[in-house]
Unconditional design. Structure first.
Length: 271
């Protein structure tokens, strides 16, 4: 195991599968202790078991990140088990697409809740264990870097047909990222965002595979999916591990002088 993240503690939301699971594994492989979070308790338990069997340290905390008490409870559990918090990755999310003239208030609010309000609450709740601890360290001449990575999307950068709710939430997350970077940069806390393009996950798999999130079908019709991929300069979807690598980079000492940035991970696709 590498020791790049030795003894650091990370929370990764939505980490029982997909990109989040890859991120958690990378963190553990580089010496971190990880809190796995997901609504699916069985999948979360499987992830923790796999990490522990490989010699890593992990716990799970399951629940709905949009619940008003989620942030308080997961931060408390993290500190209770590991005594510190060094890395926070706001990764949990999904889509609820519809054309703007058909979007309901509930569909719009749903995307704001999970992609913008939930990350805000987690960052705010982490204040005593990230910002305040860092402030005391600096006063004592100690420098330790801490990282926050918010997972946005190219939809939040350029918009996307059928995703007014999702795009608005992800764009708002970029504003939150830049503001936290301005406020907390003086405490050696780097807050950055990754904006993913077409990554191969449940949300972008062929719709014919009948994947679902919260009981709603997700995915993209094969013909539409193929057309999107053909417009990507690299002519393929990104892999979950490739997406996770960008999050790892922004969570590691390699990015100590990168703050308030939006890291585009899209295979060169900008249109």
């Amino acid at each position: 195991m590498s020791e790049m993240l030795k003894n650091q503690v990370a929370i990764v939301t939505g980490s029982a599968r997909g990109i989040g699971r890859e991120v958690a594994q990378m963190f553990v492989d580089h010496g971190a202790k990880v809190v796995i979070t997901d609504k699916d308790e069985d999948l979360a338990a499987e992830a923790v078991t796999a990490i522990r069997e490989a010699g890593g340290e992990a716990i799970s905390f399951c629940g709905d990140v949009t619940a008003t008490d989620f942030a308080k409870n997961i931060i408390h559990t993290t500190i209770e088990n590991f005594g510190r918090l060094d890395i926070l990755v706001n990764n949990a999310g999904y889509t609820a697409d519809n054309l703007v003239h058909r979007l309901t208030d509930e569909q719009f609010q749903e995307m704001l809740d999970i992609h913008l309000i939930a990350p805000f609450r987690l960052i705010r709740e982490a204040t005593p264990y990230m910002r305040d601890v860092a402030k005391k360290e600096i006063e004592n001449g100690v420098t330790n870097y801490r990282k926050i990575v918010n997972v946005s999307s190219m939809s939040g950068v350029k918009g996307n047909v059928g995703q007014a709710n999702y795009a608005a939430a992800k764009a708002g997350l970029l504003g939150l990222t830049k503001t936290i970077a301005l406020e907390w940069g003086q405490f050696n806390i780097n807050c950055n965002s990754v904006a993913f393009g077409f990554i191969d996950t449940r949300l972008t798999r062929p719709k014919e595979e009948r994947g679902s999130v919260n009981g709603a079908q997700v995915g993209i019709p094969t013909k539409v999916r193929d057309a999107i991929i053909n417009k990507i300069p690299q002519r393929r979807a990104g892999e979950a591990k490739e997406a996770a690598s960008s999050i790892f980079y922004l969570s590691s000492p390699l990015s100590n002088y990168i703050n308030g940035q939006v890291h585009l991970v899209n295979g060169g696709s900008y249109s």
